[in-house]
Write a protein that binds this ligand. Sequence first.
Ligand code: UMA
Length: 388
Amino acid sequence: MKTLIIGGGKTGQSIERFLQSQGRDYEMWDTRDSEQPQRAVSDYAQIVLSPGVSIHHPWVEQAQLAGVAVTGDIQMFFDHVQAPVVAVTGTNGKSTVTTMVAHILEKSGFNVACGGNLGTPALDLLDENIDVYVVEVSSFQLETVTNVRPKAATILNLTDDHLDRHGSMEQYLQEKLKLVQHAECVVLNQSLKSQVKLSKDVHWVAENGSVKAFNEAVAIQLCVSMDVKASECEEALASYQGLRHRNEVVTVRDEITWINDSKGTNIGAMMAAVQSSPSSLNQTIVLLGGVSKGADFSVSATLLQSVQEVIVYGQDRELIQQQLGETERLNSVETLFEACEQAKEKAQFGSTVLFSPACASFDQFANFEARGEAFVDWVKTHVEGKRQ
Ligand code: UMA
């Protein structure tokens, strides 16, 4: 019997390559591109979902009722992986901690493969020469996970995101917990202590200082589980280069700092970026907007009332504005570029212009990278004057 892959994007194609390598018979169905399969659901041996496809898709629910196994690339990856896996999930900081861990382990002499939600799909990482895998795992990917056993795993934090997909914070947490339940070493944010009850030892890490210090502490704990000394981890972190589109300083001109945090796609990420602004809050101008994914911005209203200016743009700008409450400091424009122009007018000596959208990008851009590049290009042209 055939396997049906649903979704023909990056993950779907990696599943296809994997099934081909195993000599397995499959079909691929992109629900947005083609008609539904001619066969009855019960004619398939297994359905493999891409992360963008919800487990509550009517066709998938029908398959489950018919007793057809439903899985995803992360479960398949864990079913076939031969070396230890360090796995990272959470609402924010996943990519940073994943790449920090990979960097430390590489510096310690391991042959490391790093990917997952971060970029290279997990199944494409499989290689018999790898000593350790470091994977970022999203809550979408966890929906189809049933039993995974990482060597070490973390949930970095949990704030409002993707609730349009998961329905409630409780369900969102349940998805995330699947990653740590059977991990040999579990590292969790201390703020989750009241919500998470696990019948095993947990390394609780408190988030007292900067986000960077917290991320480093978690990365070190995860690497210690791979028998790397904490002192060696600290040494390796000294040469860790941050990620693109994540609190990336684009330029400092006339004492005004322009920061690209396009990877900040939810409110928690934006609030963390605002709190780490190099300027005081009343000299920080925040640009945000796009597709708000059902999030409630009122949780950030108090913080945003203390900044110099908030400029909201994009599809959900009116909704966001309502949730933040009307204030003089809140402006609304249609596009990111208009927001940049306003920020340039309002910025003064010592200001920081922080682009941390707290939203998905697809109303105006293909993805967060394209959105970040557009911001960087605008700053290079209109602030640095390099491309005029
Ligand atoms: N599709 C359907 N039916 C649907 C939805 C989508 O057929 O109901 C099709 C689309 O037409 C498209 C394909 O599925 O052809 C896209 O698949 P996908 O949305 O699962 O995305 P991939 O290209 O496979 O990329 C996924 C992750 N995307 C999502 O989870 C939405 C990428 O994370 C990840 O890098 C990649 O796998 C490799 O592992 C991106 C992301 O935004 C960066 N992740 C979210 C986040 O970080 O917040 C979870």
